[in-house]
Design a protein around this ligand. Structure first.
Ligand code: PGA
Length: 267
């Protein structure tokens, strides 16, 4: 099966009414989506079909602006929350529920971002529980994982990512149809220090192998694995050529007009 290329924009806690309007207008007027699956991501089954949109695009504004962005973005670009709580509506001050997101036509959530893990103290288990609650409720999830610089230097990259994946699997079992995995080495996030194509591909291949061994061949074949960490229009084309890189989760550059070039990196 062909894995549709996927580009997510994580706006984090950035933007104001006027700058967000500018980003939305820029996306609405951009030329996206030539109707083709990139050659290296094409399977035999799809070679005769030409009308498969090339790239799926999802942007994650701060929660205060979700409504505005959903209502003003062109159809075809989906919207994600940057977090969601793993409880039904109720007395949870400051949180947002799956029900409220769906009620607002928000179809995605980013969960397990390293900033939430390290700054807000979310454990592997908390992230897994939120992911289970979100997917059971009908949301799709960009689930993030990745190692710190210290862990990479100690040769623990695959062990850390495997530990994070194991915790997720313990909650969600074998249905990965609503999960997009984002591999984001913490040392590459917001630092301008992008992983080399080899470093990224190596971990992506390890994640796919884990899916094959611990879940099944279908999950390994169909689950998109994104790279995140200082992705820009300068490095996205090269990264997109790697066989196990199925797209990007973009932070800083998703606030800039060049985000469109990243979306179009497989063209
Ligand atoms: P960056 O952030 O592109 O600014 O490095 C990526 C992310 O945190 O998802």
């Amino acid at each position: 099966m062909a894995r549709k290329f996927f580009v997510g924009g994580n706006w984090k806690m950035n933007g104001t009414k006027s700058s967000i309007k500018e980003i939305v207008n820029n996306l609405n007027s951009a030329k996206l989506d030539p109707n083709a699956v990139p050659e290296n991501k094409r399977s035999q089954k799809y070679t005769l079909l030409t009308s498969i949109p090339c790239t799926e695009v999802v942007v994650a504004p701060p929660s205060l602006y979700l409504h505005y962005v959903r209502d003003s973005l062109n159809k075809g670009i989906e919207v994600a929350a940057q977090n969601v709580y793993d409880k039904p509506n109720g007395a949870y001050t400051g949180e947002i529920s799956v029900e409220q997101l769906k009620d607002s036509s928000v179809t995605w959530a980013i969960l397990g971002h390293s900033e939430r893990r390290t700054i807000l103290g979310e454990t592997d288990e908390v992230v897994a529980s939120k992911t289970k609650f979100a997917t059971d409720g009908g949301l799709s999830v960009i689930w993030c994982c990745g190692e710190s610089l210290e862990e990479r230097e100690a040769g623990k990259t695959v062990a850390v990512v495997t530990r994070q994946l194991d915790a997720l699997k313990a909650k969600i079992g074998s249905d990965w149809s609503k999960i997009v995995v984002a591999y984001e080495p913490i040392w590459a996030i917001g630092t301008g220090k992008v992983a080399t194509t080899e470093q990224a591909q190596e971990v992506h291949a390890a994640i796919r192998q884990w899916l094959k061994e611990k879940v099944d061949a279908k999950a390994a074949d169909e689950t998109r694995i994104l790279y995140g960490g200082s992705v820009s229009e300068k490095n996205s084309v090269e990264l997109s050529k790697q066989p196990d890189i199925d797209g990007f989760l973009v932070g800083g550059a998703s606030l800039k007009p060049a985000f469109v070039d990243i979306i179009n990196s497989t063209q």
